[in-house]
Design a protein around this ligand. Structure first.
Ligand code: ZN
Length: 339
């Protein structure tokens, strides 16, 4: 016997509860898409497949979204645009031989350069908020440590954030340029529901990885110029990125831990405890304690990724060694100058 009070699935709007016409794709009452969650899932899968290079499968997912969308409206155009982009990548059109730039010769090159300059200028104007936030961020460190340290640190933080940004874009999600919070740090706002934990972990680890690269760059500048300020920037970058790997809360390590299982958390804790006592770089201790906390919390990944755990350890160790090495160099310089 059918229960009289449980309506057949899909007959009522999930938002306003009004009854739906059979086969309708949009609620006539509140305009909610009937298959909203399913479409969101399909779109996320499609973006992840695109990032993995499985373009045909991605296109099929977008086409499935199309079947669930009403015939008019902006979302349909967006989906068609995604499919068009994929079509171009799957079978690119033959290159045009008589490019207008070539026909115009050197003048054409100049015009093209000018056009690029104009888009750069436009970008600068439209991303003004982003630039202003960097300036405010700079201001606080300027007051504390002086101008060059502020520039160096802000550049290192920018590199860290661009790591997240590039990873988010690489996986095909929408992201905003980094926002700087004066004196606190920066963040990249991005959207993507139902993201694979492995993908989320890689996006999180991309920040400390790019941050490490920027620290190495600063050390390179120090080696070339022997200006101590760059040594300080390199040390601070290494330290800051290691701290960012403390696997709790909003730190990058916190998100990365969602793809990591029990044994791998023990491994991370053990390596970081060892590093803390060998190098006396106490930021490692915080990472180790964080990993221990996440073992205690038992929120282990359902599908642990060994590769992510190794990446985690590699990036933490690299940043910690950079910080430790630069600090020791700085101490040596200090004692040399005192004697
Ligand atoms: Zn980060």
């Amino acid at each position: 016997m059918a229960a009289p009070f449980s309506p057949p699935h899909g007959q009522y709007c999930a938002d306003c509860g009004m009854s739906l016409d059979p086969g309708s794709l949009i609620c006539g009452h509140c305009r909610r898409f009937v298959h909203a969650e399913q479409m969101q899932d399909l779109a996320n899968r499609a973006r992840q497949l695109t990032a993995l290079g499985q373009l045909n499968a991605a296109r099929e997912h977008w086409q499935a979204v199309l079947n669930l969308l009403p015939l008019d409206g902006a979302p349909r155009k967006d989906v068609l645009r995604e499919i068009e982009k994929l079509n171009l990548r799957i079978s690119p059109p033959p290159a045009k031989k008589s490019d207008w730039r070539k026909r115009l010769g050197p003048l054409g090159i100049a015009v093209a350069a000018l056009a690029k300059f104009k888009t750069a200028l436009l970008l600068l104007l439209t991303k003004g908020k982003f630039l202003l936030s960097i300036l405010a961020f700079l201001g606080v460190y300027w007051g504390l440590f002086g101008w060059w340290f502020a520039v160096g640190i802000s550049a290192a933080v920018l590199c860290h954030e661009m790591g997240h940004y590039i990873a988010v874009k690489w996986f095909g999600f929408k992201a905003e340029l980094p926002m700087f919070l004066p004196g606190l740090g920066a963040y990249v706002k991005w959207s993507g529901a139902n993201v694979d934990p492995g993908v989320r972990a890689i996006i999180s680890l991309a920040g400390p990885f790019f941050g490490f690269l920027s620290g190495m760059l600063a050390y390179g500048v120090y080696s070339a110029t022997h200006q101590v300020i760059w040594l300080a920037v390199a040390q601070f970058a290494g330290w800051l990125n290691l701290i960012n790997l403390v696997p709790v809360g909003i730190f990058d390590g916190g998100a990365a831990m969602t793809a990591i299982g029990k044994q791998q958390r023990f491994m991370i804790a053990a390596v970081c405890f060892a590093m803390a006592f060998i190098l006396h770089e106490w930021a490692f201790l915080f990472v180790a304690l964080g990993a221990a906390f996440r073992i205690w919390r038992r929120d282990f990944a359902t599908e642990p990724r060994q590769g992510i755990a190794f990446l985690y350890i590699a990036i933490a160790t690299a940043n910690g060694l950079l910080s430790w090495y630069c600090l020791n160099q700085g101490r040596q310089l200090f004692f040399q100058h005192r004697v």
